[in-house]
Design a binder for this molecule. Structure first.
Ligand code: MG
Ligand code: MG
Length: 283
């Protein structure tokens, strides 16, 4: 069952989304050479507390932290640690969420630590982020769930392959084992959103006002395949190529999509794509 939200409930989710945006801003600033991923977790913990919100990551299935910090070949679900010291040239994906009055937000970004990153890594993050926005732009009334999957996949497939370098097999891999999801009174709800088109899944449910989704492509510079390390959390690419993860929580309203976890509700980026974002209920 897909949980359909009222405009008042979407306004609550917007509050949670803005807390997530604040965690993003603060952890981005803290992701510098010499910082540990545990330091970033502390930053996130403080932002959540300062907003009087709750963490939906801490304790989720026993997860021991408030954010996931996934460095280089780690795709998702990396556990913050005192032992992981960020260094110049690293690529980190930070995934986090927050709960306000029982309503959840969830979003992720990829950032470059220090400087001097290979062009293929910069392109990897750009392609992953843009594919997320292509998916968000497809979140339109009357579309089907699979239209979002199709928009994400076809954006990635249209990109020229990066030159083969230190981190690359000369292609993009769309990670298959993880995808987006419904979000609302829980972080992970129906439906599951694939980042590629599957004939077996059909077109999926029709998108209607009140539909809320976390849209989150994960892309590697090589394989679409992953494995989970012995800590039962850390997900890495099977070929060791580096990866990127971008995510926003998005609500569909009568007036179009509202990007709950973007400070401007997605207005600027969606305008570039010819889509009008819904008005911000908190503005
Ligand atoms: Mg997430
Ligand atoms: Mg998610």
């Amino acid at each position: 069952m897909v949980q359909i939200k009222t405009p008042e409930q979407i306004a609550k989710m917007r509050e949670a989304g803005l807390v997530v945006a604040a965690i993003h801003a603060a952890t981005r600033e803290a992701a510098v050479p010499g910082a540990t991923t545990k330091d970033l977790d502390e930053v996130a913990r403080k932002v959540i507390a300062d907003h009087g919100a709750k963490s939906n990551f801490l304790g989720y299935g026993g997860f021991p932290a408030t954010i996931c910090t996934s460095v280089n070949e780690v795709v998702v679900h990396g556990i913050p640690s005192d032992d992981v010291v960020l260094k110049d040239g690293d690529v980190i994906s930070v995934d986090c969420g927050a709960i306000v009055d029982g309503w959840h937000g969830d979003a992720a970004y990829t950032a470059f630590v220090g400087s001097g990153h290979a062009p293929e890594l910069i392109e990897l993050s750009r392609v992953t982020e843009e594919s997320m926005w292509a998916g968000i732009a497809a979140m339109r009334n009357g579309n089907r769930l699979m239209d979002i999957s199709k928009a994400i996949e076809s954006y990635i497939r249209r990109q020229p392959r990066p030159a083969t370098g230190e981190h690359s097999l000369g292609k993009f891999g769309i990670i298959e084992d993880y995808g987006g999801h419904g979000i609302g009174t829980e972080m992970h709800m129906d439906p599951h959103l694939l980042n590629y088109v599957s004939r077996k899944r059909g077109k999926g449910p029709k998108l209607v006002p009140g539909f809320c989704l976390a849209i989150e492509p994960m892309v590697s510079l090589g394989t679409p395949r992953t494995e989970v390390l012995e800590d039962d959390w850390t997900v890495i690419t099977t070929d060791g190529t580096w990866s990127s993860h971008w995510e926003h929580s998005v609500a569909l309203t009568e007036e179009g999509p509202l990007v709950l976890t973007a400070p401007d509700g997605g207005r600027a980026k969606l305008a570039e794509l010819g889509v009008t974002a819904a008005p911000d209920p908190l503005a």
